[in-house]
Design a protein around this ligand. Structure first.
Ligand SMILES: Cc1cc2nc3c(=O)[nH]c(=O)nc-3n(C[C@H](O)[C@H](O)[C@H](O)COP(=O)(O)OP(=O)(O)OC[C@H]3O[C@@H](n4cnc5c(N)ncnc54)[C@H](O)[C@@H]3O)c2cc1C
Length: 389
């Protein structure tokens, strides 16, 4: 039985793959394929990996569960649990590239009070989520909080560019940086990608399978032109710690988030501007991040100095959002796959999405139940978008 199974797996596994996009989605996919012995060419138009949305100095592991039992909420729950195990393998907690400092979701407005109130009526394992009042919340995070909320003991932050670099440090992955992919052509045996380098030199590459992970710019490829992918600009603010803010020891989240200081800096996030692809850092966005902080954690806001400063550092980039807040993961055509639309939580969803692709590509058992796979499936989602138009 075992021999029959491995014969079937090796027969259906591709020997080579091209992955377009060196953000967290592409790096996770390249990693999963390389671990199964597939030779991967990873292509990115930028000069280094993690140059798009995955390039922030820190990102948080933020699982915002809904109270209903629908595929989105099941997916977020599964993705969070998967991400913790996956990160333990790829990027163990070291306090530098990853911290498991805990994360507090505050019941700081009517929507969150209702959502968290409904969640609190269900039974959750204590290692996953606990419900706390304002006094307990203050004790846990080290700074006085006005609100209670949900405490995630295993929540925390990671440095996404370090995670990406770790994922692709595999001899079976060849990186092609400054390679802009312009067109995708189906061949007799697989797929060919054609484009130009940053120096204007034409290039092409072929492989058995092709996985498109280049976020909203996938729309430029004919095969993805009808996908509903929305660019959403976001800016984080990097804020110098103060003696008072130094006491923060966990991530706090309301309408935005603030991470504890590392190297004397907090990361405060993040703005959302739909259909805006510009990446300049704006002081208005710093002010917005700070105003949100004031609403969910006023004492922390005071501790940080209360006023957005023109000198604040920050980083703006563009998320790719897909309808229903679910990424598009799976087969698009024979030998053509994608992992797109990770929206606001790519750190949570990229790893499990790579496992979904691997299962589909190599014939392994899927890591998620059929109803969730159905909702992730690009062909199903593209059909439902078309039928609504
Ligand atoms: C301000 C902000 C804060 C965020 N905070 C968090 C957070 O705290 N936690 C969290 O989980 N998520 C967070 N996110 C979301 C998360 O960053 C994204 O979901 C994730 O980075 C998406 O990864 P990706 O690989 O799909 O896209 P990207 O990281 O954007 O990667 C796409 C890559 O494709 C390349 N590319 C594009 N077109 C081409 C082409 N034609 N040829 C070759 N290469 C191409 C780009 O250069 C890029 O490297 C945040 C996002 C933003 C913007």
């Amino acid at each position: 039985m075992r021999n029959q199974l491995s014969a079937r797996v090796s027969q259906s596994s591709p020997r080579s793959a091209i992955v377009i996009g060196g953000g967290i989605a592409g790096c996770a996919t390249a990693h999963a394929l390389a671990q199964r012995g597939v030779e991967v060419t990873l292509i990115d138009r930028a000069t280094q990996l993690a140059s798009g949305a995955s390039g922030n100095p820190r990102g948080i592991l933020h699982a915002r569960f809904g109270a209903g039992d629908n595929p989105l909420h099941q997916f977020v729950l599964a993705a969070y649990q998967h991400a913790l195990r996956w990160l333990d393998e790829v990027l163990p907690v070291d306090g530098v590239a990853r911290a498991q400092c805990g994360l507090l979701q505050l019941a700081c407005n009517a929507v969150e009070v209702k959502r968290l109130g409904r969640l609190a009526q269900q039974t959750w394992p204590a290692h996953l989520m606990q419900f706390v009042d304002a006094a307990q919340a203050s004790e846990l995070v080290g700074i006085e909080m006005q609100f209670g909320g949900a405490w995630f003991p295993t929540g925390g932050w990671v440095v996404p560019p370090v995670l990406c670099a770790k994922l692709v440090s595999d001899a079976r992955i060849t990186q092609r940086l400054e390679y802009n992919a312009e067109s995708l052509v189906k061949t007799q045996t697989g797929w060919r990608v054609q484009g130009q380098t940053a120096q204007g030199v034409a290039w092409q590459a072929e492989a058995d399978v092709l996985v498109v992970c280049c976020a909203h710019t996938a729309n430029k490829f004919e095969q993805f032109a009808h996908f509903k992918l929305t660019p959403v600009r976001g800016q984080i603010s990097v804020v110098a710690r103060t003696p008072a803010s130094q006491a923060l020891r966990a991530v706090v989240c309301g309408d935005g988030y603030c991470a504890p200081s590392v190297s004397d800096e907090h990361v405060l996030g993040a703005t959302h501007t739909f259909d805006d692809e510009s990446t300049e850092v704006r002081s208005a966005d710093h002010a917005e991040n700070l105003a949100h902080l004031n609403a969910y954690a006023p004492i922390l806001h005071q501790a940080l100095g209360e006023r957005a400063n023109e000198d604040w550092q920050g980083r703006a980039s563009v998320r790719c959002s897909a309808p229903g807040s679910m990424p598009l993961v799976g087969r698009v055509d024979e030998g053509l796959y994608c992992s797109l639309g990770h929206g606001t939580r790519g750190l949570l969803t990229a790893g499990i999405s790579a496992e979904v692709l691997l299962a589909e590509l190599c014939g392994f058992p899927a890591p998620l139940p059929q109803n969730i796979l159905h909702e992730l499936a690009p062909l199903h989602r593209a059909r439902s978008v078309r039928s609504r138009v």
